[in-house]
Design a protein around this ligand. Structure first.
Ligand code: DLL
Length: 418
């Protein structure tokens, strides 16, 4: 632990010096906050430094936050948010090299090795998921099938013919693939997979249980975001499901109160904030992720962990004054065996009142026809009791709700902007 802290401190000083030297926005912000390199005498001093937010990145769109000259940037990725301009991130050759190491380490953490055949169904392209993992698989010396997202029937053919041992996908798309097997009369559990790694969107333990049962695999969570690097910020390890080990030698974590920015004690919920420690192209200092989690102690080795990310502070819906996270509703729906984890929350305003409609699919057409109403009323009661908000649950037959090849869309908010 001591050695890691000393290492982090050295890397932090180098990173701060680097951004002060290269990025006018950081220079201005640090000057305005009255802090400089001399104020950094230990890791604890980091709290005195200002946060970096998506607004900073937007103001410097597209390349203004890069800390390396364009001739040293070898790759761009773009993350499209829900509003405004996308975020552009840049990597030097050294960044790509370290990222590949981190991704190889993520794969090793769940027992993947050189003999494995890894089917990547994360999208390739501007999204960091596909290429980020791709380099990691190659670095590990395993075999990569760069399937990317989409063409789901072809995914099924490839998986039946090549028999990959590992699948990487968003959790919602992993289930779309399982459904595509079933639609053609095949059992996804027969395709030889051993491990599934999912990430890029929140997913409940119910969804994990479903992925594990249908493919007959162990499924692990992986967390990351483009601004910090892409995938590879934190990874669940074999034998430690429920928390993700942060690759703390590259990313220094803090959890803060989303309202006040004050540091939360270990174990208390708040917003994850990361400072990159080794990035050259696009370093970030105290980047506000908006992702809600808790900082947890290490179990094996010096690196701390985070709890699984259940949602984002900006995903939180306020419905009739009640704070509602889509993940709370998902946990209720996945607890009902006749319902599939395919759902959509629609919020409308009628008069002055918000109305929440939860559309959810049954697993079978028969279930929807036979007693869809009963299942719906039961789910409505559970939502009222556990989430505290009235909802109308509309049970629909399998295949009704639009599928995504990447991150699933779970919420349609039709209320007028206030
Ligand atoms: O989603 C990077 C990634 C790719 C992670 C593949 C894991 C696997 P962005 O597109 O920039 O990057 O989206 C980042 O997605 O701030 C979270 O809100 C959400 N997110 C990512 N991983 C998880 C996860 C990639 N495991 C945003 N659980 C983040 C919950 C996640 N939310």
């Amino acid at each position: 632990m001591e050695a890691l802290r000393a290492h982090q401190f050295e890397r932090l000083k180098t990173t701060i010096a680097h951004v002060l030297d290269r990025v006018p926005r950081y220079r201005e912000k640090l000057t305005a906050a009255g802090v400089g390199l001399d104020d950094l005498t230990s890791l604890d001093d980091l709290v005195r430094f200002p946060f970096t937010t998506k607004d900073d990145l937007r103001a410097c769109y597209p390349f203004g936050m890069f800390a390396a000259p364009m001739e040293d940037i070898v790759r761009l990725h773009v993350s499209s948010g829900t509003t405004g301009k996308p975020t552009v991130v840049g990597y030097t050759a050294g960044d790509i090299d370290r990222w590949a190491d981190i991704m190889a380490r993520s794969l090793q953490a769940v027992g993947v090795g050189p003999a494995d055949l890894v089917h990547i169904a994360f999208g390739y392209g501007l999204f960091t998921g596909g290429l980020g993992w791709h380099y990691g698989v190659e670095r590990l010396g395993a075999t990569v099938i760069p399937a990317s997202g989409g063409f789901t029937d072809r995914q099924v053919d490839l998986m039946r013919d090549f028999r990959p041992t590992v699948l990487l996908a968003t959790p919602s798309y992993a289930l779309v693939i399982a459904d595509a097997f079933a639609a053609r009369g095949f059992d996804p559990a027969d395709c030889g997979l051993r491990t599934v790694i999912c990430g890029a969107e929140p997913w409940s333990e119910g969804m994990r249980a479903e992925i594990e049962a249908r493919f007959r695999v162990e499924a692990y969570d992986s967390y990351g975001l483009s601004e910090v690097i892409g995938p590879g910020v934190a990874q669940e390890r074999a034998g430690d499901k429920g928390a993700l080990t942060i690759f703390e030698d590259h990313f220094y974590p803090e959890v803060v109160d989303p309202e006040t920015g004050a540091i939360m004690p270990e174990g208390e919920p708040g917003e994850a904030v990361f400072t990159s420690l080794t990035k050259e192209g696009f370093p970030v200092i105290r980047y506000r992720t908006r992702d809600l989690t808790r900082l947890l102690p290490p179990v094996d080795g010096p690196m701390r962990r985070i709890a699984r990310v259940a949602g984002r502070s900006d995903d939180m819906l306020i419905i009739r004054g009640v704070n509602v996270f889509p993940s709370q509703i998902e946990a209720i729906l996945t607890g009902e065996p006749r319902l599939a984890p395919c759902y959509l929350l629609e919020i409308r305003r009628r008069g002055r009142l918000d109305e929440l409609t939860v559309k959810v699919e049954t697993r079978t057409v028969e279930a929807a026809e036979a007693n869809g109403g009963d299942i719906g009323r039961h789910a409505e009661r559970l939502i009222k009791d556990h989430v505290g908000v009235g909802a109308t649950v509309v049970v629909v037959p399998p295949g009704t709700i639009e599928r995504s090849q990447g991150k699933a869309r779970r919420v349609v908010d039709l209320r007028p902007a206030s």
